[in-house]
Design a protein around this ligand. Structure first.
Ligand code: MG
Length: 364
């Protein structure tokens, strides 16, 4: 099974409701899809999200990185040489983690198809069902409370509450949601870099003192402010999770060495794909640091790969935040992983199990 061509397409799927964080507002998924063709007739699929404010990747940079730098190295490569192909992808150019992730996902899809097994089985196996939380976008308090209650009605038992806009209002938002859900769901707080370290400690102390129990606080401070993250981690009872502060394995090692956070949020668009995500999970497990697996605004193509990883590494990836597909108005993928609100399940088709992608616009 040799790579004969790599082509790209655009996928656009409107969201059910706008996705709002302290950093941005998004109304639709608009991602780049990678299709790897082989001489055996097998097809591998991957996807890249352009999250300029987090990874720096744009549609233009993703397309250029894949077509001009990664694609020429991979044509003719044998899928069985997985580690060699991964090395070619990762060393094709610096950074550009979303472009690398998309290509790696398609390569791993083919690699598992080559051995005729679902990807998670080749990554170590596991129970092919996970439960995800859902994002509650930052908004007026009444709207956030209503969205939280609606999510509980749909069966979600973990809510990721977006805050970080205005610290006084943020505390009120969380208190109102906590009171409304009455213990029916765990609350995860994501400040998306919106607070200073001192503000974060102050806000969390006032919530903790008021008896509000949160599962975790995610990325309270700026991505580069590891010292600030450590400052918060040392001063609050609620576990702190690093998201934008850590991309790859080296940053994870530094974070663990500094004890700057309690939990690590792994996202394929930050790690550059599955190979480094596996490394991070292994490093974290060695150090007894739990992980969450998350995603950007992605469809069920790239999120499927994250689900396979989450299943195979469930001993250390103890939390799942893969709500991208359930935020979409429809699923553009035929086959693949099944996203049914909070419950995500993998079938027994080889690779990622994707048979076709609807509405893919070719990029020429
Ligand atoms: Mg986050």
């Amino acid at each position: 099974m040799k790579i004969s061509d790599i082509t790209l397409g655009r996928i656009k799927v409107p969201l059910k409701t706008p996705f709002k964080t302290a950093l941005r507002t998004v109304n639709a998924v608009e991602d780049i899809v990678v299709v790897i063709h082989t001489d055996s007739g097998h097809t591998g699929y991957g996807e890249a999200a352009a999250t300029a404010v987090i990874t720096g990747d744009t549609h233009g940079s993703i397309i250029e990185a894949i077509l001009a730098y990664i694609r020429p190295r991979l044509i003719g490569q044998d899928i069985a040489d997985l580690n060699h192909i991964v090395h070619l992808i990762q060393t094709a150019l610096e950074r550009n983690t979303s472009a690398k992730a998309a290509v790696e996902i398609a390569v791993y899809d083919l690699w598992a198809q080559r051995y005729d097994a679902p990807l998670y089985q080749l990554l170590g196996g596991g129970e092919p069902v996970v439960a995800t939380d859902i994002t509650i976008s930052v908004d007026h308090i009444d709207k956030m409370v209503a969205d939280s209650l609606a999510a509980i009605e749909r069966g979600f038992t973990s809510l990721k509450i977006k805050v970080g806009k205005d610290i006084g209002l943020d505390v009120e938002r969380v208190r109102a949601i906590y009171a409304a859900v009455e213990g029916r769901a765990l609350l995860r707080l994501d400040a998306n870099q919106g607070w200073s370290a001192k503000q974060a400690v102050h806000a969390m102390h006032s919530l903790e003192d008021a008896g509000v129990r949160l599962e975790l606080l995610e990325q309270p401070v700026k991505a580069r402010d590891l010292k600030g993250l450590k400052y918060v981690t040392e001063r609050i009872h609620t576990p702190v999770m690093a998201d934008e502060s850590v991309f790859g394995p080296l940053e994870v090692l530094e974070l663990i060495r500094m004890r700057a956070a309690d939990i690590i949020n792994i996202k394929l668009m930050k790690t550059g794909g599955l190979s480094n995500a596996i490394r991070i999970a292994d490093i974290a497990e060695m150090h007894g640091v739990e992980c969450m697996i998350g995603c950007m605004i992605e469809t069920s193509i790239s999120v499927a790969a994250a689900v396979h990883l989450a299943v195979a590494k469930s001993s250390i990836i103890t939390r799942v935040d893969l709500d991208g597909p359930s935020l979409c108005q429809f699923d553009p993928v035929e086959g693949g992983v099944t996203f049914n609100d909070s419950e995500i399940s993998i079938g027994d088709a080889p690779g990622l199990g994707i048979r076709a992608i609807l509405g893919l616009e070719p990029i020429t």
